[in-house]
Ligand binder design. Structure first.
Ligand code: NDP
Length: 500
């Protein structure tokens, strides 16, 4: 199928040699002239920004259609789904950790030929074409420019949190931000939804059909929700009540699950029994990179023009970065698929075919062979054998390790599917050896242990990304470093902990 399209494209290129950008999605009127593109080793037909469900679904469709595709995984590989301990609405899967779903999706993309770069994008120039992306290697401290004929922005969104005591402790134990994902556990129970926007109204509507009672807690004396009709329908439901001018100030529980919430308004403080707390207090889409280049809505989400097309021709978006409404893994995957098909149509109209990439591609800073399905650059066995880093595979071993050490401890939380973790591993191992007299180091695969139990045990907050280094002293977490950092910055922190 793709080959057939390619043949037509070649003919088109021959006669026209250029593509008017306004043919796709009626966005900017720009002329992209393929004939003028110098296909050097850093030019790619498509670069996907973001290694979550949308990004990897898009990559899968593209590579299977024979479109060479680069994925820049970003600082939180696996995206939001990888943080979910239990996913029960992924088609055909009864219940699986989000990290497992992401791992197989990533493996699939790599298997069919996707190239994964571990560098981070620091800036993009979408007003030139091919688009230019500055990518930074934090370990080497180098920055280079890669070019893309088209790009898919799939950088996700960060949900807002209340930041109150107990919120993180009982996250996943009654506290959540996804009614569709976790509402099923609230059958016949009493739950709270916090927020006064459209999401809160929708979450309450969904939960009202499952829970015994839904209490909407709104911090002002009105709802911000735009859909007034839906709001009124929900408020008229017999098991829905609203507390206006009210704030949730603490989550209480019995260690295993939340049991009560502290509520406050201008005149009273109360503590009431509830079984679930659903946050619907908005999210911050990760659009800082493209804020000056693409049209965004008032909340910072990328505005879609036609399907997954954005305001700039050749730039598409998928997943939570452009979806304030559904925010589901499945809808993100659907968006990624649609974006990939639109990229193919865009490249096809442009007259691109894969044979134009005659130059050998630049070798990624971390070879693709570091992907989970292939031999790893830093095998876990090497760490296991290294006396400076203990490999801990269950919570009991972690507890014992923490109790037995007289020195401060650094635990490297990583995952097999995480490319930045693989880059961090040798640096961590080297520093562990260098500072072994002052620090005890261990490595933990987050897919093999209960991370929440680990952080609870050391009094730390929820872990929301890997790699994460937990700094522990006297059995308590005293700090953490998240993401891939330059070696000298890591060493600075080792020194501080060793000397403390
Ligand atoms: P919004 O930003 O619209 O609303 C967030 C709500 O949470 C507000 O009521 C806000 O209160 C409240 N809030 C924020 N922080 C806190 C806090 N710390 N404590 C208590 N309350 C807090 O987010 P939504 O996700 O609801 O919507 C985002 C966008 O998506 C909107 O444009 C919305 O219209 C759209 N949307 C559309 C849907 C549709 O079906 N068409 C469905 C869902 C969303 P305050 O008002 O006081 O700031």
């Amino acid at each position: 199928m793709y080959k057939k399209i390619v043949t037509c494209s070649l003919v088109l290129t021959f006669f026209s040699g250029c593509f008017q950008a306004d043919q796709v999605g009626k966005q900017t009127k720009r002329s992209y002239q393929l004939a003028q593109v110098a296909f050097d080793a850093t030019t790619y037909p498509v670069v996907v920004l973001g290694g979550g469900i949308a990004g990897f679904t898009a990559a899968n469709y593209l590579v299977q259609a024979n479109v060479p595709t680069v994925v820049l995984e970003g600082p939180k590989p696996g995206g939001a789904l990888a943080q979910s301990p239990s996913v029960r609405n992924w088609p055909g899967v009864l219940d699986a950790p989000g990290a497992d779903i992401m791992k197989s999706l990533r493996e699939q993309a790599v298997h069919y030929g996707a190239t994964i770069f571990s560098e981070s994008v620091t800036s993009v120039r979408l007003d030139v074409w091919p688009f230019e992306l500055d990518v930074h290697d934090v370990v080497a401290g180098t920055t280079r420019v890669i070019k893309a004929l088209s790009t898919i922005v799939a950088t996700g969104a960060e949900p807002n949190y209340l930041g109150i005591p107990g919120e993180q402790e009982f996250w996943g134990k009654g506290v959540t931000n996804c009614a569709v994902c976790d509402g099923g556990l609230c059958k016949g129970k009493d739950v709270v939804v916090v927020g006064g926007g459209d999401s809160a109204v929708l979450e309450a509507a969904y939960l009202a059909g499952i829970a015994r009672s839904v209490t909407l807690v709104v911090r002002k004396d009105y709802f911000r929700a735009n859909d007034k009709k839906k709001r009124d329908q929900v408020l008229a439901l017999p098991n829905v009540t609203v507390l206006y001018n009210t704030r949730v100030t603490q989550v209480h529980g019995d260690g295993k699950h939340m049991t009560h919430l502290s509520l406050e308004n201008d005149t009273a403080k109360t503590k009431r029994a509830f079984d679930g707390l659903f946050l619907a207090i908005g999210a911050r889409p990760n659009t800082a990179l493209v804020a000056n280049a693409l049209e965004l809505d008032a909340h910072g989400y990328i505005v879609l023009k036609s399907g997954q097309a954005t305001s700039v021709a050749g730039v598409f978006a998928a997943g939570d970065v452009c979806d304030p409404v559904y925010k589901q893994a499945v809808t993100s995957a659907g968006g990624g698929c649609a974006a990939a098909l639109q990229v193919q149509a865009f490249l096809d109209d442009l007259g691109f075919n894969a044979q134009m990439l005659t130059q050998p591609k630049a070798v990624p800073s971390v070879p693709v062979s570091a992907a989970p399905s292939a031999p790893r650059a830093v095998p876990v066995q090497a760490v296991d054998a290294g006396p400076a880093v203990a490999l801990l595979n269950d919570n009991q071993a972690i507890t014992q390790f923490i109790q037995q050490q007289s020195k401060p401890i650094i635990i490297d939380l990583s995952a097999e599917w995480c490319m930045p973790c693989k880059r961090l591993a040798p640096i961590f191992e080297t520093l562990a050896g260098k500072y072994r007299d002052g620090i005890s180091c261990a490595k933990v695969d987050i897919n093999k242990v209960d991370v929440q139990a680990l952080t609870d045990a050391v009094g730390g907050e929820v872990v929301d990304g890997v790699p994460t280094l937990l700094f522990i002293k006297d059995g308590k977490e005293v700090g953490r470093l998240v993401g891939l950092l330059p070696a000298d910055e890591l060493e600075k922190n080792f020194k501080i902990l060793a000397g403390s």
